[in-house]
Structure formats: C-alpha cells, structure tokens
Design a binder for this molecule. Structure first.
Ligand SMILES: O=C(O)CCC(=O)C(=O)O
Length: 287
C-alpha cells in the first residue's frame, strides 16, 4: 500500500500531527527491540523533562544499522520536504522507555529551543515510533491538537510547565490534550510547534518508543552528530544519512569546514585543514 503523503501533509498542516499506522514491519520492529535491549536498564533521565523513571538512549543512529533505514524512510523524508527547506538535518535520534510509575512529562513543543516568536512555521518535524503499543495507561503521548498554530500568548500556561523545577501549572492546556494510542510499529509525526508530552505510565510494564527529529538546515541540531557518531561509522553510512548528520552545506556557507565541504572530513586520508595549512606556511599552532 502506498502512503498518501498529501493526506498526511494536510493533517500536519491542520492538526499539527498525523499517524502512519503501518510504519515498521514486524521484522524491523523485532530488530529495533533486539538492538535496544542491551542498552535498557542503564540510562535513566536526569530531571522531570527527561523523566527520572524514563530511560533514554541518545544517538540511536550510531547504534544499529536498522536506524539508518528508519531515519531515511522515504515517507518521513517526503514529509520533511513539505515542511523544511532543502538540506534539512537530523536534530535528535533517541529511544524513550517510560517506566512503570513514571509521571506525565511536562507539556512542551520540540522546537522551543529555538527562541523565535509564535505563531510561526515549524523549525523541526518530530516522529515518535511506538515499539510497544501506546495505550491510555502505559504512557501514550499526550497531544494538544492544532496547538502548532497557537501564539506565545495562548501558551502562557506552558511557561510555568517549562520551569522544570516548579509545579506543572499547565492544567488548562492539559485538559485539552488527547492521547495518541498507537499499535506497535506505528509512527506519530508532528510539528515541532505542537504541544505534547509523554504520558504517565500507570501500567506494570515499560513503554518503549524512539524519536527521530529533523530540523531546518539553518537551525542548530539538538544532538552534535558530527562528534557523537564515530567517524569510521559515519564513513560507512549512506551519503544521504551523512548529509542529514551535518556532513552537508546549507548554501552558500552554513556547515562549511574551513572553506571546504564537510564531507571531505570523511575521506580516510583527511587531514585537518588548519593543521595542513599551518604546516605548509611554517607556522606553529597555539599549544
Ligand atoms: O515519549 C513520549 O511520548 C514523548 C516524549 C517527548 O515528547 C520528549 O521527550 O520530548
């Protein structure tokens, strides 16, 4: 079955979110589980936002090849192309396992890190893939439909909620949220401007998911993939994935590497250009 990108794009425009139900085939889902299993049990969140009862595994794209294909999924890239400028980047790639007893995550929107006034177009596009089915009791993501269109003034309740040390006083916003119950393997796609948060897990088992997020080519990505993904691994990746990680230029100059294309750094014989130029000029670099 082909995915109707137009319908998904229309839902993103009007509601701020859409669901691709048949996103991962069972064998891919099983591979995701297999690859995440060894990491689970050791990466608890550090605050209310990450969730102290939630495990997060960052830089997924460097952890298993299965995530390469998922980041490059043509349906997701087609949606990115509708909402982001050419040369858009991957900004986050992480697994989220909400443990039993975890409280609801404070409501937020993912591109709030870029402090630009709202209403505005999204700066990032988020995906959350349900590895376990999302239910009302195990922490299905809460969403505030159409909140991607809201202004800063309409989101004043969020400011208090975003103060992670303070009480969550976003009760009025909370009351308007729905929960995205999803079958395992489904993908929730939403605007970086959409208000949402992980749900409370009142079940007896963890809720495993992962989130890949993409951002405008001029925005600083959340994760520094150039440093986080070992160079030898980046070298083995498809060129399109390398580009998404930042081995690319947003013309004319954003992302340049000492006036060269950053992908040059992936050549096995690459030498840092400052070092090479200093040597050629007979200059000692600062120590
Ligand atoms: O796990 C979820 O359902 C949502 C997580 C989320 O929104 C986040 O960590 O930014």
């Amino acid at each position: 079955m082909t995915t109707d990108i137009d319908s998904h794009a229309a839902a993103l425009r009007s509601q701020g979110y859409t669901v691709i139900e048949d996103f991962l085939k069972p064998d891919v889902l099983a591979e995701v589980r297999r690859c995440l299993a060894p990491y689970l049990g050791s990466h608890r969140g550090r605050n209310r936002f990450e969730g102290t009862g939630t495990e997060r595994i960052y830089t997924l794209v460097a952890r298993a090849r299965v995530f390469w294909d998922i980041v490059l999924d043509p349906r997701i890239l087609a949606l990115c192309e509708r909402f982001l400028q050419p040369h858009y980047l991957l900004t986050a790639s992480q697994a989220i396992s909400i443990g039993p007893g975890e409280a609801a995550q404070p409501l937020h929107f993912d591109d709030s890190f870029h402090h630009l006034p709202r209403p505005r177009a999204m700066i990032s596009l988020s995906t959350i893939v349900a590895v376990d089915a999302f239910t009302l009791s195990n922490g299905a993501t809460r969403l505030l439909p159409a909140s991607h269109l809201w202004s800063d003034a309409q989101l004043t309740g969020l400011a208090a909620a975003a103060d992670l040390s303070g009480p969550d006083s976003a009760a009025a916003l909370e009351a308007q949220c729905i929960q995205a119950t999803l079958p395992a393997g489904a993908c929730l796609v939403f605007a970086g401007t959409l208000v949402h948060g992980g749900g409370a897990n009142r079940s007896g088992a963890a809720r495993l998911a992962f989130s890949n997020q993409y951002c405008q080519p001029w925005a600083r990505p959340q994760e520094n993939f150039i440093l986080g993904v070992p160079t030898e691994l980046a070298r083995a990746m498809p060129v399109r994935l390398q580009e998404l990680l930042g081995y690319s230029i947003h013309p004319p100059f954003i992302g340049q590497l000492t006036a060269a294309h950053p992908a040059k750094a992936l050549a096995p014989d690459y030498e840092n250009r400052v070092v090479a130029q200093a040597r050629a000029a007979g200059v000692q670099l600062p120590e």
